[in-house]
Design a protein around this ligand. Structure first.
Ligand SMILES: Nc1ncnc2c1ncn2[C@@H]1O[C@H](COP(=O)(O)OP(=O)(O)OP(=O)(O)O)[C@@H](O)[C@H]1O
Ligand SMILES: [Mg+2]
Length: 290
């Protein structure tokens, strides 16, 4: 039996943000992660897909140092930030205080720290909300605060667990563009857990699929940006990923070309709709067959 980790993972090898080797995690008698091997380069954006309950969040928590009860070897950088599906803001702290949560002023003082927080809020276009209370924000705004809170830590590795899963389709499109801009500017490595195959294909450099506790598919997404959902290579990759996930795509509801189809049509590739708890009330499409 491999050794169990006693402390948070250590700093990764040069050039890599993640090197995970033979990672296993069991809860009681149930082995959730059986043998995960995953590397992520220093500025790579990897999407992690998998059916509900396959252990995506478990893996993300291990990489984030939030779970140390695993077996195997994990190397990650020191500066990591995690963003979850819910913004997890503290309601009795104003927006700026939420962004700076847990950070202490450095040698340059409290003013510099505040300026950093305001810069991060500016990057997510919320500078004017710095003094607002979290409960006055929309879901998309709250999630942008969560992104600012991650950014202000200047992470070498961003771990995003379905960060846009609870947002409406339009807000999600805006968040995709924002995340892309932030990644281009800051170049962190990113691991994005998502149920949305299109989201993975729009944003990531690579997509990996977790099946039965191990990575069963690891594909490079060599498509020019901005990406077109109607592009033949995009469609082919979507089929490949959905096949791996055991999802049958429904035939299109109308005869319009993919590029003209509504956002709702693209929701057919959104596996989150299979999970009743995560299904948005405004989602007009039935779940895909799985
Ligand atoms: N602390 C825990 N104790 C016991 N079982 C757990 C614990 N955390 C996770 N599990 C179990 O491990 C399995 C994987 O959970 P995990 O949250 O990683 O799945 P997931 O792939 O992220 O699913 P989803 O897509 O629904 O978010 C589930 O069956 C879950 O019940
Ligand atoms: Mg999860």
């Amino acid at each position: 039996m491999r050794r169990r980790q006693e402390s948070a993972p250590v700093v990764s090898a040069e050039g890599f943000a993640v090197i995970a080797t033979n990672v296993r995690r069991r809860f009681n008698d149930r082995e959730v992660l059986r043998d995960v091997n995953l590397t992520i380069e220093g500025d790579e954006f990897v999407a992690l897909l998998g059916r509900s309950g396959t252990g995506k969040s478990t893996l993300l928590r291990i990489l984030g140092g939030l779970d140390t009860e695993y077996e195997g070897d994990v190397l990650v950088p020191e500066r990591r930030a995690v963003v979850f599906q819910e913004a997890r803001l503290i309601p009795w702290q104003r927006v700026l205080a939420n962004v700076l949560l847990g950070l202490r002023p450095g040698e340059d003082g409290a003013g510099a720290l505040k300026a950093k927080g305001l810069d991060a809020l500016g990057e997510v276009e919320l500078a004017e909300h710095a003094r607002d209370w979290p409960l006055t924000l929309s879901g998309g705004e709250a999630q942008r605060v969560a992104l600012a809170r991650a950014l202000v830590r200047e992470p070498q590795l961003m771990l995003l667990d379905e960060p846009f899963g609870a947002l409406d389709a339009l807000t999600r499109i805006k968040m995709h563009a924002l995340l892309q801009r932030l990644c281009e500017r800051h170049r962190p490595a990113v691991l994005l857990v998502t149920h949305d195959v299109d989201e993975a294909l729009l944003l990531a450099d690579r997509a990996v699929v977790l099946v039965d506790g191990a990575i069963s598919l690891d594909v490079r997404i060599d498509l020019e940006r901005p990406r077109d959902r109607g592009d033949a290579a995009f469609v082919e990759l979507r089929h490949r990923l959905l096949r791996e996930l055991g999802v049958e795509e429904r035939p299109p509801r109308s005869t319009v070309a993919p590029s003209e189809a509504s956002e709702a049509d693209f929701e057919t590739t959104r596996l989150a709709t299979t999970s009743p708890g995560r299904r948005r009330s405004d989602d007009p499409t039935p779940p895909p067959t799985i």
